[in-house]
Design a protein around this ligand. Sequence first.
Ligand code: 5RP
Length: 218
Amino acid sequence: MTPDEKKKAAAETALAYVESGWVVGVGTGSTANHFIDALARVKGRIDGAVASSNATAERLKKHGIPVLELNSTGDLPLYVDGADEATRHLHLIKGGGGALTREKIVAAASAKFVCIADDSKLVDVLGKFPLPIEIIPMARSLVARQLTARGGQPVLREKFITDNGNLILDVHNLSILNPVELERELNQLAGVVTVGLFAVRPADVLILGGDEGVETLP
Ligand code: 5RP
């Protein structure tokens, strides 16, 4: 199976979590795109979706799925999204697509967060994938210096502006042994908008597509 086929298998499995009459939170990236395509098959049964990025909103609209604003929906029953890395504790690194801030907002508003991925994303320790951090532009150097002092190697994502008009620093060489603590600590730095660690609010379910089929954790 190719990685894309594994992503698609995980996304198709997540469709079983969708119930009639729900507004569903939808993530960003190639795995989330497979979920959107699957969601289109049941669009007559759901009330709509809240998008975690402009790209996702566009894809939902192309399928004729109503895109609703989180401010008008209130809390959501379900959020489905991919990840760049995941552990068996369901702690995640996200933000490879740069949508981490809205992803974290929708995850925080959702009763259940179902993460979908191919099995290459499963790791013992987070941090091989560079940790994305969204920052206010004027704080770029300040935050970069503070990340360097913590042993990281921040690299500005070239020619990239987030949907919120901010920058992304991708932080290399972090071995993240305590993701909850690091997420809390980095969130406190002035100029940091969002840290791409999803550990304070981890996923509730992790669906991994693999050669032997789909594994669901826990
Ligand atoms: C976007 C994300 C994505 O979930 C993450 O990058 C995984 O992407 P893909 O499904 O394409 O592998 O966090 O900000």
